[in-house]
Design a protein around this ligand. Structure first.
Ligand code: PMT
Length: 213
Protein backbone atom coordinates (compact mmCIF):
# COMPACT_ATOMS: atom_id res chain seq x y z
CA UNK A 1 0.00 0.00 0.00
CA UNK A 2 1.54 3.25 -1.15
CA UNK A 3 0.72 6.82 -0.21
CA UNK A 4 1.59 9.39 -2.87
CA UNK A 5 1.29 13.12 -2.22
CA UNK A 6 1.00 15.49 -5.16
CA UNK A 7 0.43 19.09 -6.12
CA UNK A 8 0.84 22.34 -4.23
CA UNK A 9 -0.70 23.44 -0.98
CA UNK A 10 -2.73 26.60 -0.61
CA UNK A 11 -2.22 28.77 2.44
CA UNK A 12 -5.06 31.30 2.70
CA UNK A 13 -4.79 34.73 4.30
CA UNK A 14 -8.34 35.91 3.60
CA UNK A 15 -11.45 34.28 2.09
CA UNK A 16 -10.31 34.96 -1.50
CA UNK A 17 -6.48 34.85 -1.50
CA UNK A 18 -3.73 32.41 -0.71
CA UNK A 19 0.00 31.70 -0.98
CA UNK A 20 0.91 28.75 -3.19
CA UNK A 21 3.49 27.54 -5.77
CA UNK A 22 3.64 26.30 -9.36
CA UNK A 23 3.19 22.55 -8.79
CA UNK A 24 0.67 21.06 -11.24
CA UNK A 25 0.44 17.64 -9.62
CA UNK A 26 1.77 15.90 -12.77
CA UNK A 27 4.75 14.23 -11.09
CA UNK A 28 2.73 12.89 -8.16
CA UNK A 29 -0.19 11.74 -10.32
CA UNK A 30 2.25 9.90 -12.63
CA UNK A 31 3.68 8.09 -9.60
CA UNK A 32 0.21 7.15 -8.37
CA UNK A 33 -0.86 5.88 -11.82
CA UNK A 34 2.33 3.86 -12.33
CA UNK A 35 2.15 2.36 -8.83
CA UNK A 36 -1.46 1.28 -9.44
CA UNK A 37 -0.48 -0.25 -12.81
CA UNK A 38 2.20 -2.26 -11.02
CA UNK A 39 -0.32 -3.68 -8.56
CA UNK A 40 -0.01 -1.38 -5.54
CA UNK A 41 -2.99 -0.24 -3.52
CA UNK A 42 -2.64 3.51 -3.91
CA UNK A 43 -3.81 6.44 -1.80
CA UNK A 44 -3.28 9.67 -3.71
CA UNK A 45 -3.35 12.73 -1.45
CA UNK A 46 -3.48 15.81 -3.62
CA UNK A 47 -3.39 19.53 -3.17
CA UNK A 48 -5.37 21.64 -5.67
CA UNK A 49 -4.75 20.40 -9.24
CA UNK A 50 -6.65 20.60 -12.51
CA UNK A 51 -5.74 16.99 -13.38
CA UNK A 52 -8.54 14.40 -13.48
CA UNK A 53 -8.66 11.99 -10.55
CA UNK A 54 -7.00 8.76 -11.77
CA UNK A 55 -9.21 5.67 -11.55
CA UNK A 56 -8.38 2.62 -9.44
CA UNK A 57 -7.11 4.33 -6.31
CA UNK A 58 -8.26 6.07 -3.14
CA UNK A 59 -8.17 9.82 -3.58
CA UNK A 60 -8.03 12.45 -0.83
CA UNK A 61 -8.26 16.10 -1.79
CA UNK A 62 -6.61 18.64 0.54
CA UNK A 63 -6.00 22.38 0.54
CA UNK A 64 -3.39 23.46 3.06
CA UNK A 65 -0.24 21.85 4.46
CA UNK A 66 -2.07 21.25 7.75
CA UNK A 67 -4.79 19.33 5.90
CA UNK A 68 -2.17 17.38 3.98
CA UNK A 69 -0.43 16.41 7.21
CA UNK A 70 -3.71 15.19 8.76
CA UNK A 71 -4.52 13.14 5.64
CA UNK A 72 -1.06 11.55 5.44
CA UNK A 73 -0.93 10.74 9.14
CA UNK A 74 -4.40 9.16 9.06
CA UNK A 75 -3.26 6.76 6.29
CA UNK A 76 0.26 6.07 7.55
CA UNK A 77 -0.39 3.01 9.71
CA UNK A 78 -1.59 0.91 6.75
CA UNK A 79 1.14 2.03 4.33
CA UNK A 80 4.31 0.22 3.21
CA UNK A 81 5.66 3.05 1.05
CA UNK A 82 5.24 6.84 1.17
CA UNK A 83 6.29 9.02 -1.77
CA UNK A 84 6.12 12.75 -1.15
CA UNK A 85 6.05 14.50 -4.51
CA UNK A 86 3.89 17.37 -3.22
CA UNK A 87 5.30 20.87 -3.06
CA UNK A 88 4.25 21.76 0.47
CA UNK A 89 4.38 25.40 1.55
CA UNK A 90 6.91 25.79 4.35
CA UNK A 91 5.06 28.82 5.72
CA UNK A 92 1.44 29.88 6.11
CA UNK A 93 -0.04 33.28 6.96
CA UNK A 94 -0.19 33.56 10.75
CA UNK A 95 -3.69 35.05 10.57
CA UNK A 96 -6.56 34.27 8.22
CA UNK A 97 -8.83 37.30 7.99
CA UNK A 98 -12.54 36.56 8.19
CA UNK A 99 -13.32 39.16 5.51
CA UNK A 100 -11.55 40.15 2.32
CA UNK A 101 -8.61 42.45 3.10
CA UNK A 102 -9.15 45.97 1.83
CA UNK A 103 -6.52 48.05 0.01
CA UNK A 104 -4.84 50.68 2.20
CA UNK A 105 -2.07 53.23 1.73
CA UNK A 106 1.42 51.70 1.89
CA UNK A 107 2.62 48.10 1.84
CA UNK A 108 0.73 45.17 3.33
CA UNK A 109 2.78 43.11 5.78
CA UNK A 110 1.73 39.48 6.15
CA UNK A 111 3.37 37.66 9.06
CA UNK A 112 4.03 34.01 8.22
CA UNK A 113 4.45 31.04 10.53
CA UNK A 114 6.09 27.67 9.90
CA UNK A 115 4.05 24.80 8.58
CA UNK A 116 4.79 21.33 9.89
CA UNK A 117 7.53 19.50 7.99
CA UNK A 118 5.37 16.51 7.07
CA UNK A 119 8.13 14.33 5.69
CA UNK A 120 10.32 14.93 8.77
CA UNK A 121 7.39 13.88 10.97
CA UNK A 122 6.95 10.70 8.91
CA UNK A 123 10.70 10.04 9.01
CA UNK A 124 10.64 10.16 12.81
CA UNK A 125 7.99 7.43 13.13
CA UNK A 126 8.24 5.43 9.90
CA UNK A 127 9.69 2.18 11.26
CA UNK A 128 10.18 -0.27 8.34
CA UNK A 129 8.20 1.82 5.88
CA UNK A 130 9.99 3.09 2.79
CA UNK A 131 10.04 6.88 2.62
CA UNK A 132 10.83 8.65 -0.64
CA UNK A 133 11.07 12.44 -0.74
CA UNK A 134 11.67 14.96 -3.48
CA UNK A 135 13.99 17.94 -3.46
CA UNK A 136 13.23 20.89 -5.71
CA UNK A 137 16.33 23.04 -5.73
CA UNK A 138 17.45 26.18 -7.53
CA UNK A 139 21.11 25.88 -6.39
CA UNK A 140 23.47 23.25 -4.91
CA UNK A 141 21.14 20.45 -6.04
CA UNK A 142 23.11 17.46 -4.78
CA UNK A 143 24.33 18.97 -1.50
CA UNK A 144 20.88 20.23 -0.55
CA UNK A 145 19.18 16.98 -1.53
CA UNK A 146 21.70 14.93 0.44
CA UNK A 147 21.19 17.09 3.53
CA UNK A 148 17.40 16.58 3.33
CA UNK A 149 17.80 12.81 2.78
CA UNK A 150 19.66 12.40 6.08
CA UNK A 151 17.92 15.11 8.14
CA UNK A 152 14.48 13.62 7.42
CA UNK A 153 15.39 9.93 7.56
CA UNK A 154 14.37 9.19 3.95
CA UNK A 155 15.27 5.98 2.12
CA UNK A 156 15.58 7.76 -1.22
CA UNK A 157 15.42 11.36 -2.39
CA UNK A 158 14.58 12.44 -5.92
CA UNK A 159 16.34 15.69 -6.81
CA UNK A 160 15.09 17.93 -9.59
CA UNK A 161 16.52 21.26 -10.65
CA UNK A 162 14.33 24.33 -11.13
CA UNK A 163 16.69 25.74 -13.77
CA UNK A 164 16.86 22.69 -16.08
CA UNK A 165 14.65 22.89 -19.15
CA UNK A 166 12.22 19.96 -19.18
CA UNK A 167 12.50 19.40 -15.42
CA UNK A 168 10.39 20.23 -12.39
CA UNK A 169 7.16 22.18 -12.23
CA UNK A 170 4.36 22.00 -14.79
CA UNK A 171 6.05 20.23 -17.70
CA UNK A 172 5.21 16.67 -18.81
CA UNK A 173 8.85 15.59 -18.45
CA UNK A 174 11.44 15.57 -15.72
CA UNK A 175 15.19 15.07 -15.26
CA UNK A 176 16.13 13.60 -11.89
CA UNK A 177 18.89 12.29 -9.72
CA UNK A 178 17.96 9.58 -7.20
CA UNK A 179 20.13 9.67 -4.08
CA UNK A 180 20.33 6.96 -1.44
CA UNK A 181 21.87 6.97 2.06
CA UNK A 182 24.77 4.75 0.90
CA UNK A 183 26.00 7.57 -1.32
CA UNK A 184 24.57 6.21 -4.58
CA UNK A 185 23.45 8.72 -7.19
CA UNK A 186 21.41 7.47 -10.16
CA UNK A 187 21.09 10.00 -12.96
CA UNK A 188 17.87 9.68 -14.95
CA UNK A 189 17.84 11.73 -18.16
CA UNK A 190 14.93 13.68 -19.64
CA UNK A 191 11.86 11.51 -20.00
CA UNK A 192 8.10 11.61 -19.60
CA UNK A 193 6.95 11.89 -15.97
CA UNK A 194 5.25 8.48 -16.25
CA UNK A 195 8.58 6.89 -17.21
CA UNK A 196 10.35 8.87 -14.48
CA UNK A 197 7.78 7.45 -12.05
CA UNK A 198 8.63 3.96 -13.30
CA UNK A 199 12.33 4.53 -12.60
CA UNK A 200 11.59 5.74 -9.07
CA UNK A 201 9.31 2.77 -8.40
CA UNK A 202 12.00 0.37 -9.70
CA UNK A 203 14.20 1.63 -6.86
CA UNK A 204 11.37 1.28 -4.34
CA UNK A 205 10.84 -2.34 -5.47
CA UNK A 206 14.51 -3.13 -4.80
CA UNK A 207 14.14 -1.78 -1.24
CA UNK A 208 10.95 -3.80 -0.69
CA UNK A 209 12.71 -6.97 -1.87
CA UNK A 210 15.73 -6.26 0.38
CA UNK A 211 13.43 -5.91 3.39
CA UNK A 212 11.78 -9.25 2.66
CA UNK A 213 15.16 -11.04 2.97
O1 PMT B 1 3.65 18.91 -9.69
P1 PMT B 1 4.56 19.13 -10.90
O2 PMT B 1 4.21 20.38 -11.66
O3 PMT B 1 4.62 17.91 -11.77
O4 PMT B 1 6.04 19.39 -10.34
C1 PMT B 1 6.73 18.36 -9.71
C2 PMT B 1 7.51 18.89 -8.51
C3 PMT B 1 8.59 19.84 -8.99
C4 PMT B 1 6.58 19.61 -7.51
C5 PMT B 1 8.14 17.63 -7.81
O5 PMT B 1 8.94 16.95 -8.73
C6 PMT B 1 8.95 18.03 -6.57
O6 PMT B 1 10.13 18.34 -6.64
N1 PMT B 1 8.26 18.01 -5.39
C7 PMT B 1 8.86 18.47 -4.12
C8 PMT B 1 8.91 19.97 -4.11
C9 PMT B 1 9.36 20.48 -2.78
O7 PMT B 1 8.54 20.95 -2.02
O8 PMT B 1 10.62 20.29 -2.49
P2 PMT B 1 11.28 20.71 -1.09
O9 PMT B 1 12.72 20.55 -1.35
O10 PMT B 1 10.78 22.04 -0.62
O11 PMT B 1 10.75 19.62 -0.05
C10 PMT B 1 11.48 18.45 0.26
C11 PMT B 1 10.54 17.30 0.60
O12 PMT B 1 9.86 17.61 1.83
C12 PMT B 1 9.45 17.02 -0.43
O13 PMT B 1 9.27 15.63 -0.52
C13 PMT B 1 8.21 17.69 0.16
O14 PMT B 1 7.02 17.01 -0.21
C14 PMT B 1 8.46 17.54 1.65
N2 PMT B 1 7.92 18.63 2.50
C15 PMT B 1 8.33 19.93 2.31
C16 PMT B 1 7.86 20.91 3.16
C17 PMT B 1 6.97 20.56 4.20
N3 PMT B 1 6.50 21.49 5.03
N4 PMT B 1 6.59 19.28 4.36
C18 PMT B 1 7.05 18.30 3.53
O15 PMT B 1 6.69 17.12 3.69
Amino acid sequence: RIIVTAGPTREPFDPVRFITNYSSGKMGYALAVMAARRGAEVVLISGPSSLPVPPGMDFISVGSALEMRDAVMSCLAAATVIVKAAAVADYRPAVRAENKLKKKQGPLVLPLERNPDIIAEIGAVKGDRILVGFAMESENLLANAKAKLFAKNMDLIVANDLHQTGAGFQCDTNIIKILDPRGGIEEVPLMDKLDIAGRILDRVKVLIDERKC
